[in-house]
Write a protein that binds this ligand. Structure first.
Ligand SMILES: [Zn+2]
Length: 342
């Protein structure tokens, strides 16, 4: 019987393939080897028995595979594809999910709590006039607060000749929206104004050139400090802890009279004293007061008929306390290692 030598067939095939001048010719050679040479090997194989049959059969199959790859004119490519084949039994790669920015999520929570007490959520312009940012809020022309606020004024031609309604600046607080809203609506009204504010400040761990505030305003008949205490107390109990305590301390703001600072009991140390509350057990968090009659008049609301309270607080500051973050700049750095934690 004729000896079957797969190795020799392979050598002949390779030689012949080398001599091929076109893809078409290559294909023809491959076809010939599969259909003639290998077919006859498989026929002869039937007459062989034992381990020899298995060995030759295996070699013949391998050669067939080899020729088929050459025939598809991209044996290399095919092998690569096979190597890149997906193994469906491997565990999948986890999909990296983004997260809500801590300031955004806190702002959303604040909005929900106030909305539950019937407050509307109002927006206002970040580019503001001096009138709304200062004058209408009872800041006197020479008031030191105008300097203290370190305002970012907008460059304008012949600025000194413009009226305060035309002089532009980046708003230093969200309070101008109080006046804008009262001009258009008659009391009773209840709004909160979340938004971005700007200061011309050197940045450090507790100061940023921009940050976020939430402003609140409630005006109506017989609105008093007691109403304010109830609302702000409800807010902090919802936000932080049902056992939180509130205290008011006298303060000064041009647009409220009387004015007060609101402290909340430190939720971190439970009033025992810690670094966040500077060992006092209390955290100063809100500036507030009864709306100054001059502000009501600026907004064309009759101060003899209506009273109201207003308050403002820094979203950044609350987020820093809540997450024990010691540098405000982290919120604006866009560092994914920081943001992934929320
Ligand atoms: Zn504390």
């Amino acid at each position: 019987m004729k000896e079957i030598n797969i190795g020799k067939i392979k050598d002949r095939f390779s030689q012949e393939l080398k001599g091929a001048k076109s893809d078409n010719e290559k294909k023809k050679i491959c076809k010939k080897y599969i259909e003639d040479e290998l077919s006859s090997v498989f026929v002869l194989l039937k007459n062989i028995s034992g381990p020899k049959r298995a060995t030759i059969g295996k070699d013949a199959n391998n050669l067939k595979q080899f020729i088929l790859e050459k025939m598809n004119d991209g044996g290399e490519k095919k092998r690569e594809e096979r190597e890149e084949m997906i193994d469906v039994t491997l565990p999948g790669e986890s999909v990296k999910r983004g997260s809500i920015h801590p300031l955004t999520s806190l702002q959303e929570r604040c909005k929900r709590i106030f909305a539950n007490c019937g407050f509307s959520i109002i927006d206002g312009p970040e580019l503001e006039s001096e009138w709304y940012n200062f004058d209408a809020l009872n800041f006197k022309q020479d008031h030191p607060v105008r300097e203290m606020q370190d305002t970012l004024f907008i460059k304008q031609k012949n600025r000194e000749k413009l009226s305060s309604k035309e002089k532009l600046l980046m708003r230093t607080h969200t309070s101008p929206v109080q006046v804008r809203y009262m001009e258009k609506r008659k009391p009773p009204l209840r709004i909160i104004v979340p938004g971005r504010v700007f200061r011309n400040e050197a940045t450090d761990s507790s100061h940023e050139i921009n940050f976020y505030q939430i402003e609140g305003l409630m005006v109506g008949k017989k609105i008093s400090v007691a109403n304010f205490k109830a609302v702000i107390g409800y807010f902090f109990r919802q936000l932080f802890d049902s056992n939180i305590e509130i205290r008011l301390r006298p303060s000064f703001f041009p647009f409220t009279e009387p004015s007060f600072e609101v402290d909340v009991s430190c939720t971190i140390c439970n009033k025992r004293g810690c670094s966040v509350c500077k060992q006092t057990g209390w955290i100063e968090i809100v500036g507030a007061g009864m709306v100054h009659p001059n502000v009501l008049e600026s907004a064309k609301v009759d101060p003899t008929k209506f009273t109201g309270f207003a308050f403002g607080m820094g979203i950044d500051r609350i987020a820093m306390i809540e997450h024990k973050i010691d540098d405000i700049r982290l919120f604006y750095g866009g560092d994914l290692r920081f943001l992934k934690q929320f």
